[in-house]
Design a protein around this ligand. Structure first.
Ligand SMILES: [Mg+2]
Length: 268
């Protein structure tokens, strides 16, 4: 565990908000590449010229800055970029459908493998995630799951990974009516319902947005910079982005559970 800001006061956590993809689940590993390739195709075609690798780098950057919000916002941004270079953008919902179709081609075998028992849940969970969730639960911390992926899929995939029960009814994801969900709204709801303050909130995620939202609410943010799929080392690109977003600590996975729990709940 790398400590970036020695967060004070620790030990008062009552609620923990987890991101899903890349934080707990590896089912959608590789989604960034699928989105980058597709968005670059669309933009290259719309703009009619330009260097593909420069366009891909530009696309990757805006995808990254919007990681953690709902997928539709990344598609809205794509439509804006198409319009900006003089193209005629499609409905962002069409972009979202096509992205999802391409992603499903890549990950369908994982979902089927889990359903049929050919793939073990441990192979598609960030190492140590279940032990970490259990340890927090045993400490009396209420667990929440919030994802930019459509809620229906988050629920299905959490079920397939055998972790739904940790979150009771507290699983949130993207909705068709996208203005009725955001991670920021979930955080506000958690704090308001229980009259918690920022020091009661722990956030765990691998995306820019959730880290920023947790920090804005005064909570502690654990950045998960895991090198998917192996998940044994810190991914330096993710680490850099998470630190920029305000992560208090950075971890590659949850294997060093004792060290993590000691830091979160130890005296400071
Ligand atoms: Mg994520």
């Amino acid at each position: 565990m790398e400590i970036i800001n020695d967060y004070q006061p620790r030990g008062k956590f009552k609620a923990a908000l987890f991101d899903f993809d890349g934080t707990v689940s590896l089912i959608r590993q590789g989604w960034q590449e699928v989105m980058e390739t597709y968005f670059t195709d669309v933009l290259m075609q719309a703009c009619g010229s330009g260097d593909r690798s420069a366009t891909a780098a530009y696309v990757r950057n805006f995808i990254d800055e919007l990681t953690g919000v709902q997928t539709i916002y990344q598609c809205i941004r794509l439509a804006e970029e198409v319009a900006a270079c003089g193209g005629r953008p499609a409905d962002p919902l069409e972009y979202k459908r096509e992205y999802h179709r391409r992603l499903m081609q890549k990950i369908e075998h994982r979902i089927q493998g889990l359903k049929e028992g050919r793939i073990k849940t441990d192979d598609l969970l960030v190492p140590g995630a279940v032990s970490f969730l259990r340890a927090l639960q045993e400490r009396g911390v209420a667990l929440y799951l919030a994802s930019g992926t459509d809620e229906i899929y988050v629920r299905q995939e959490a079920e397939l990974l055998g972790i739904s029960s940790f979150f009771a009814g507290n699983i949130y994801g993207a909705l068709d009516n996208y203005k009725s969900f955001s991670k920021e709204m979930v955080i506000r709801k958690i704090l308001a319902e229980h009259d918690y303050s920022g020091c009661n909130l722990l956030g765990v995620g691998d995306g820019y947005v959730e880290i920023q939202n947790v920090k804005a609410a005064g909570g502690m943010a654990v950045g998960v910079a895991t090198d998917e799929l192996a998940c044994m080392e810190v991914d330096t690109w993710k680490r850099h982005r998470l630190i920029n977003a305000g992560a208090d600590v950075v971890i590659p996975n949850y294997i060093n559970l004792e060290e993590i729990m000691d830091y979160l709940f130890g005296s400071n």
